[in-house]
Design a protein around this ligand. Structure first.
Ligand code: ADP
Length: 216
C-alpha cells in the first residue's frame, strides 16, 4: 500500500477520498488546510497570521506550511499517510522530496484528481462538515444531504460550512491552483510518480481507481 500525495483543485474531493481511505486502510490523514484552520480556531499567533490570507483564497507562505508539515510528519513516523493539500507549489514539492530522502521513504504516488471548475464550484458552495467528527455532507446533492438539516447523521454534531467556501474565494482559490499546480504536476510526472484519476464522478467510483493505484 503506497503513501499518497493528492494534487487537486479546491473541492475536487480530496477530503472525501481521504475519509474513505482512512476508514478502509488506516492511513494517517495529513491536511495542511485542516492544520491551518485548527490554528485559526485555537486563536494562536500563527492562526491570526494566516486567517485573512486563507479567507481571500490565497496561499499561505511556503515557510509556514513546510514548518507545519515537518512538525506533523515527526508525529506519524512509520505510519502510512495521505498528504491532502501539500505540496501546492514547486518549492514545497522539492522540500517534500528532501524530507522523504531523509526518511528513506520511497513508497509513494502522486495522485492528480482531475475535475472541472464547474463541478468543483458546486461541491465547494454546498459542502458542510461536522464540527465534531469531520464527516462531510452537502446542502444540495441529494445523496449527500444529512437526514436532519444542519445535524450530523453519525454523531449528532453541528454541520458548518467553511468561511472560504463562497463564490469569490472559490474562484480565487481555483485561479491560484491553476497558476501553481502545473509545476507540481509536471514535477511528479518527471519523477515518474504521477497518476491521473477522473474525479468528475461520485467519490465511490473514483476511489476504485485510486485503490488500484495504491495497491499496484
Ligand atoms: P481547498 O483544497 O478546498 O482549497 P484546503 O483545506 O486544502 O482546501 O486549503 C484551504 C486553504 O489553506 C488554502 O486556500 C490556502 O490558503 C491554505 N493552504 C492549505 N494548504 C496549503 C499549502 N500547501 N500551501 C499554501 N497554502 C495552503
Amino acid at each position: 500500500m503506497k503513501n499518497i500525495i493528492f494534487i487537486a483543485p479546491p473541492a475536487a474531493g480530496k477530503g472525501t477520498a481521504s475519509e474513505l481511505l482512512v476508514a478502509k486502510y488506516g492511513y494517517e490523514h495529513i491536511s495542511t488546510g485542516d492544520m491551518l484552520r485548527e490554528a485559526i480556531a485555537s486563536g494562536s499567533e500563527l492562526g491570526s497570521q494566516v486567517k485573512n490570507i486563507m479567507e481571500q483564497g490565497q496561499l499561505v507562505s511556503d515557510d509556514i506550511v513546510i514548518a507545519l508539515l515537518k512538525e506533523k510528519f515527526e508525529t506519524i513516523k512509520g505510519k502510512p499517510f495521505i498528504l491532502d493539500g501539500f505540496p501546492r507549489t514547486l518549492p514545497q514539492a522539492e522540500e517534500l522530496t528532501n524530507i522523504f530522502a531523509a526518511e528513506n521513504l520511497d513508497n509513494y504516488v502522486a495522485i492528480f484528481l482531475d475535475v472541472t471548475e464547474e463541478l468543483a464550484m458546486q461541491r465547494s458552495l454546498g459542502r458542510i462538515t461536522c464540527k465534531d467528527c469531520g464527516t462531510i455532507f452537502h446542502r444540495y446533492f441529494e445523496n449527500k444531504k444529512p437526514k436532519a438539516e444542519g445535524i450530523c447523521d453519525n454523531c449528532g454534531g453541528e454541520l458548518v460550512g467553511r468561511t472560504d467556501d463562497n463564490e469569490e474565494s472559490f474562484k480565487k482559490r481555483f485561479e491560484t491552483y491553476i497558476n501553481n499546480s502545473k509545476a507540481v504536476v509536471d514535477y511528479y510526472k518527471d519523477l515518474g510518480r504521477l497518476e491521473v484519476i477522473d474525479a468528475n464522478r461520485e467519490a465511490q467510483e473514483s476511489i476504485v481507481d485510486i485503490e488500484k493505484v495504491i495497491n499496484d
